[in-house]
Design a protein around this ligand. Structure first.
Ligand code: UD1
Ligand code: UDP
Length: 362
């Protein structure tokens, strides 16, 4: 029986690791599973755990308001040293590119415990974008034994870095698995009723490198486009980061823009399913929205998800006010472009990545 520990700490990691937790726990003869959460996020993490019915075995509960990268790294590294020393799993599974994932992988490496990296091989090749995530993912893959790459392109990145092909497994992305648990045909919500007479735009923004003036420029562009398009309504669940909330004040008083609290994952995935289009700087939404046939304008200068650009489902809008204004206007006004993006194929897998990962671990 394989002794597996999974660790995660933020909303997106939880959304993508819970399907794997459920898969591993459904195979009790094969795996002895423990789940550790760092609590890098609190409310946004707890919502996901509740939605999937996952109860962690250990909660390091490290979050503090306006925490720095130093705070998170130090607390996770110390906490995971103790957890891993006590349990000594055969494999520690980490996800993606957060500081929880980086510091946990580092702790496992120091203790000579093999690491499995779910969502390995994503790269922008710009160490400052996204920041610090590009560094985190490169560093994690440097100490990883089992590289679970979501796509062929991410496998190729790892091969180019000299990683052995025998350690790389192409699995699809577990974000698509999560949609099988969340999206319902008969879903309804009062906010969706408000937008029912309009084209619904769903937006999120939270990237550290955009906080401040860059984010305000993006929001000014959105106000201009909203003024010029009376047939759209925009719903924006605002991330709990106080720095995001400061910048978002700009959007507060528009009659067709609603700022709301972060949505639970069940709600958010169903909002995506009902959207006309999506504006986001999120990583995970660049995967889930295409799987739901929704065109995405990526509010960034670069992306580690070029498969979505190549497939035609994502477009980079950049982070300048003029660039976002131009791309957003074009996607609303150019129905041929919109149709092509909506019909593009989702490149992130068939929704059974967790099963593939479990089979490989077994
Ligand atoms: C983190 C990840 C980022 C990921 C994002 C997902 C790092 C360096 N960054 O960024 O890769 O895309 O999560 O959302 O790991 N807060 C709350 N309650 C919550 C969550 C956050 O109050 O449930 C507030 C806290 O004040 C916290 C701040 O948000 O200090 C920022 O959280 P943090 O995890 O440090 O960074 P994110 O920008 O969320
Ligand atoms: N999400 C959510 N509620 C929200 C906004 C996003 O549940 O109000 C989900 C979204 O569907 C995706 C994940 O959170 O599955 C992405 O998380 P986030 O954008 O915070 O992080 P990133 O993917 O950029 O690391």
């Amino acid at each position: 029986m394989k002794k597996i520990t999974l660790v995660f700490g933020t909303r997106p990691e939880a959304i993508k690791m819970c399907p794997l937790v459920l898969e591993l726990r459904a195979r009790p003869g094969e795996f002895d599973v423990s789940v550790v959460v760092t609590g890098q996020h609190r409310e946004m993490l707890d919502d996901v755990l509740a939605a999937f019915g996952v109860v962690p075995d250990v909660d390091l509960d490290i979050m503090s308001e306006r925490q720095t990268l130093f705070d998170v790294t130090r607390r996770v590294l110390d906490g995971m040293r103790d957890v891993l020393t006590a349990r000594r799993p055969d494999v520690l599974l980490v996800h993606g590119d957060t500081t929880t994932a980086f510091a946990s992988a580092l702790a496992a490496f120091y203790l000579e415990i093999p690491v499995g990296h779910v969502e390995a091989g994503l790269r922008t090749y710009d160490i400052r974008a996204p920041y610090p995530e590009e560094f985190n993912r490169v560093a994690i893959d440097g100490v990883t034994e089992f590289l679970f790459a979501p796509t062929e392109a991410t496998r190729d990145n790892l091969l180019r870095e000299g990683k052995s092909a025998a350690r790389i497994f192409v699995t699809g992305n577990t974000e698509i698995d999560a949609l099988r648990y969340t999206v319902r045909e008969d879903y309804s919500h009062a906010q969706l009723d408000w937008a029912a007479d309009s084209r619904l735009v769903v937006m999120t923004a939270h990237r550290r490198e955009s906080l401040g003036d860059t984010m305000r420029g993006i929001f000014r562009a959105i106000l201009r486009v909203a003024d010029e398009h009376p047939d759209i309504k925009l719903i924006y669940p605002v991330h709990l980061n106080p720095a995001v909330r400061d910048a978002s004040e700009l959007l507060q008083n528009h009659p067709r823009i609603r700022l709301i609290e972060p949505l639970g994952v069940l709600d958010f995935h169903n909002f995506l399913a009902k959207a006309h289009l999506v504006l986001t700087d999120s990583g995970g939404i660049q995967e889930s929205a295409p799987a739901l046939g929704k065109p995405v304008l990526v509010l960034r200068d670069t992306t580690e998800r070029p498969e979505g650009i190549a497939a035609g489902t994502l477009r980079l809008a950049g982070t300048s006010e003029e660039g976002v204004y131009r791309e957003f206007t074009r996607l609303l006004d150019d129905s041929a472009l919109y149709g092509a993006m909506a019909r593009a194929e989702n490149p992130y897998g068939d929704g059974f990545a967790a099963k593939k990962i479990a089979d490989i671990l077994a």
